[in-house]
Design a protein around this ligand. Structure first.
Ligand code: PEP
Ligand code: MG
Length: 607
C-alpha cells in the first residue's frame, strides 16, 4: 500500500463516537426550549466553486492558504484545550483525532499538494485543497487492506480537514442558512452578529455554538430574535452530527444530543411549561409599569433589526430606547446613503405612533465588523486591539461624511415622531462637542435647502460605556442632552474581558463592584443635572437586577423586547424605598461573589 506516512499516522481508532446521549453545557443566552434535529453548519461539504487564478497571483494565493491553515490550526487547538470538559469517553475518542488534524495542518501531503497545485495548475487555494484531498482520499480508498472501514475513516478525515480549510478560505460558513429545515436546531462553531441577523426565527427552533459570550452582539441578536439559544458550548460541533435529535434549553444553557426517553420527556415538559409561562406574561402587556408605591418605571425596547418591530408592539414597550443602526450596514457590500437610511428610519419611527425612538449612530468596530467599511478604513481598524481602536464615534469623526449622512437622515425623520440621537463609544467631552458641531451644521444645511425639520433639534445624547466616560460623566454631561448607560461595554472595558470571548466568559460580570460604582457615578452625575438617564445594556433586561438599578436612581430601562414582561412583573412587585436600601447595602460590598448572592436573594424574594 502506498500512502503518505503522515496520513497513515493520522488514523486513530474511533469507536462509538457521536452515537450516545451527551449533555453539553454552555452559556444560557435566550430562554426557551427547542426539540429538533441538529443542522450542523460545519457538516456540509463546503464545496467552493472551482476557480483558477492569474499567472502572477500564485504567491498571494499561497498566502491565503497559509492564513487559512493558521486559522484552522487555532480552531483545532482551541477544541483540544477544551476537551477536558467533555465526557471521558468522548475525550478518549476525540483526542487522537484532533492530534491527527493538528499534524495534517502542519506538514502533510494535503498542504504540500495544495501548494503545488496553486503554483503549477494555477488553481485558487480552495480548489487546490479540494482536488488534493480528493486525490489523497482516492489513493487511500484504493489501498489493498482488509480494514475497509478504517480506510473509509481515514479518507473521511482528510476530507474533513479539507472542508475546514475550504470553509476558512471562503469564509462563508452560513451560505447554507437558507437551507436550514423548518424546526431545526442550528449548530455552529461560531456565529457572527451579521450571520445571526440573517436567521429566520420562524424557521429555526434553536441555536447553539461552541464560541461566544453572554453579552456579545451575537447573543444580543439571538435574544432579539427570541430564538432559544446556548453559546459557549465547548465541544458541541465536534460532538453533534447533522440530523441528530437534540433538546436545547436556552434558559438552562444545556444541549442534550441524541436524548434518551427520559431526557426527551424532560424536554417536552420544559417546552410546555415555557409556553404556559409565555402566555401568562403576555397578559402583563396592558398593565402599567409602576412600583407598589406608585413610582413609574419606563420600559423601552432595544432594536437591532426591523423584523423585531412586531415583537416590540406585542411586548408593550414604551418606545425604543436604543436603535442599533449597525443592521443597516451589515450583510451588504456598499454603504447605505442618506435616502436609504431615511427610508429605514421612517419605517421604524412612523409605526411607533408617537413613542420615542433613540437612534444611535453607527457603532462600527470591535466585533461588529462591517465589510463595506472595513474596505475603506482598513488601515485604522486592523490594529492589534480593534475594540480599543477606531470604534463608534471615533471612527465617525474620522469619516465625517458617514456621520453627516446619518445625522441628515435622522433629522429628516424627526418630523414623523419624537427621536433622540445617541453617540456610541464616547470617552471625552470634546468628541461630543465635535459631533454636535457637525449635527448643527447638517441641520443648517437641510434648513437652507427647505427640508422640513422640527423647530428644536432632537436631543443629542451619549452612551456611557467606557470607564473613562463614566468617571468623566460630570464633564460629559455638560455637553450632552441625555445619557444611556451601556453596561455591556462598560463591563468589558472595566474588567478587560471581551464580552464575546468564551475563554474569559467566567470573568465577565456586570455585577462586579467596579462596574456598579461606575454606573452609580454616571447616574448620579445625570440626576444632579436633572438630565435623562437610562440603562440600555443587557443588565436592564435581567429582572433580578432591576431592584438594584431602581435603587441606584434609574427609572428608564431599555432592553430586548422579549424581556419586558418579566421586568415589568418585577417592577410591579417592588417598593422604591426597599430598592434604595438594598442598593446602599450592595454598594457597601467589595466582593463580587457577595454581591451576586445579595442580588439573587433579593430577586428571589421579590419574584
Ligand atoms: C452596551 O455596550 O451596553 C450597549 C448597549 O451597546 P452595544 O451592546 O451595542 O455595544
Ligand atoms: Mg456598546
Amino acid at each position: 500500500m502506498k500512502t503518505d506516512r503522515t496520513e497513515k499516522s493520522e488514523a486513530p481508532k474511533r469507536v462509538g463516537r457521536r452515537t450516545r446521549e451527551a449533555t453539553l453545557h454552555g452559556i444560557p443566552i435566550a430562554p426557551g426550549v427547542a426539540i429538533g434535529a441538529v443542522y450542523d453548519t460545519s457538516e456540509p461539504p463546503a464545496e467552493a466553486p472551482r476557480r483558477t487564478i492569474a499567472p502572477g497571483a500564485a504567491e498571494e494565493e499561497r498566502g491565503r492558504l497559509a492564513a487559512a491553515v493558521a486559522l484552522s490550526r487555532k480552531q483545532v487547538t482551541k477544541l483540544k484545550n477544551r476537551l477536558s470538559i467533555l465526557p471521558e469517553e468522548a475525550q478518549e475518542e476525540l483526542e487522537p483525532l484532533l492530534d491527527a488534524y493538528g499534524l495534517m495542518l502542519r506538514d502533510s501531503r494535503l498542504l504540500r499538494g495544495a501548494r503545488r497545485r496553486i503554483a503549477e495548475e494555477l488553481l485558487a487555494a480552495e480548489t487546490a485543497v479540494q482536488d488534493e484531498a480528493e486525490a489523497i482520499a482516492a489513493t487511500i480508498l484504493a489501498a489493498r487492506d482488509d480494514d475497509k472501514a478504517g480506510l473509509r475513516r481515514r479518507a473521511g478525515e482528510v476530507r474533513e480537514i479539507a472542508r475546514r480549510l475550504t470553509r476558512n478560505l471562503t469564509a462563508t460558513p452560513f451560505r447554507s442558512l437558507k437551507d436550514v429545515p423548518q424546526g431545526a436546531i442550528l449548530v455552529a462553531e461560531e456565529l457572527t452578529p451579521a450571520d445571526a441577523a440573517l436567521l429566520d426565527p420562524t424557521r429555526i427552533a434553536g441555536v447553539a455554538t461552541d464560541e461566544g459570550g453572554a453579552d456579545g452582539h451575537t447573543a444580543i441578536m439571538l435574544r432579539a430574535l427570541g430564538i432559544p439559544s446556548v453559546l459557549g458550548c465547548h465541544g458541541l460541533s465536534e460532538a453533534a452530527r447533522r440530523g441528530d435529535e437534540a433538546v436545547l434549553d436556552g434558559g438552562l444553557g444545556t444541549v442534550v444530543l441524541r436524548p434518551g426517553a427520559e431526557a426527551l420527556e424532560t424536554g417536552r415538559a420544559a417546552l410546555a411549561a415555557y409556553a404556559k409561562e409565555k402566555a401568562r406574561l403576555a397578559k402583563l402587556r396592558r398593565l402599567p409599569s409602576i412600583t407598589l408605591d406608585g413610582e413609574e418605571v419606563e420600559l423601552q425596547a432595544n432594536l437591532e433589526i426591523p423584523a423585531e418591530l412586531p415583537l416590540i408592539a406585542q411586548a408593550g414597550a414604551q418606545g425604543i430606547g436604543l436603535l442599533r443602526t449597525e443592521f443597516l450596514f451589515m450583510n451588504r457590500e456598499d454603504l447605505p446613503d442618506e435616502d436609504a437610511q431615511f427610508e429605514a428610519y421612517s419605517q421604524i419611527v412612523g409605526p411607533l405612533a408617537g413613542d420615542g425612538v433613540t437612534i444611535r449612530v453607527l457603532d462600527w468596530g470591535g466585533e461588529k465588523d462591517i465589510q463595506a467599511l472595513a474596505d475603506g478604513v482598513e488601515t485604522y481598524h486592523s490594529g492589534p486591539n480593534p475594540a480599543l481602536g477606531l470604534r463608534g464615534v471615533r471612527m465617525l469623526l474620522k469619516r465625517p461624511e458617514l456621520l453627516e449622512a446619518q445625522f441628515a437622515a435622522i433629522l429628516r425623520v424627526a418630523t414623523q415622531g419624537p427621536v433622540r440621537v445617541l453617540l456610541p463609544m464616547v470617552t471625552v467631552p470634546e468628541e461630543v462637542a465635535q459631533a454636535r458641531e457637525i449635527y448643527e451644521r447638517v441641520a443648517r444645511r437641510l434648513r437652507r435647502k427647505g427640508t422640513p425639520l422640527p423647530e428644536r433639534l432632537p436631543p443629542l445624547g451619549v452612551m456611557i460605556e467606557t470607564p473613562g466616560a463614566a468617571l468623566a460623566a460630570d464633564a460629559i454631561a455638560l455637553e450632552a442632552d441625555f445619557f444611556a448607560i451601556g453596561t455591556n461595554d462598560l463591563a468589558m472595558y472595566t474588567l478587560a474581558v471581551d464580552r464575546a470571548e468564551t475563554e474569559v466568559a467566567h470573568l465577565y460580570d456586570p455585577l462586579h463592584p467596579a462596574v456598579l460604582r461606575l454606573v452609580q457615578f454616571a447616574t448620579e452625575a445625570a440626576l444632579r443635572l436633572r438630565m435623562p438617564v437610562s440603562v440600555c445594556g443587557e443588565m436592564a433586561g435581567n429582572p433580578r437586577l432591576v431592584p438594584l438599578l431602581l435603587g441606584l436612581g434609574l427609572r428608564t430601562l431599555s432592553m430586548n423586547a422579549s424581556a419586558i414582561p418579566r421586568v415589568k412583573q418585577m417592577v410591579r412587585s417592588l417598593k422604591i424605598d426597599d430598592c434604595a436600601r438594598f442598593a446602599r447595602r450592595v454598594m457597601e460590598q467589595s466582593d463580587p461573589k457577595r454581591i451576586q448572592e445579595l442580588v439573587m436573594e433579593f430577586g428571589e424574594a421579590a419574584a
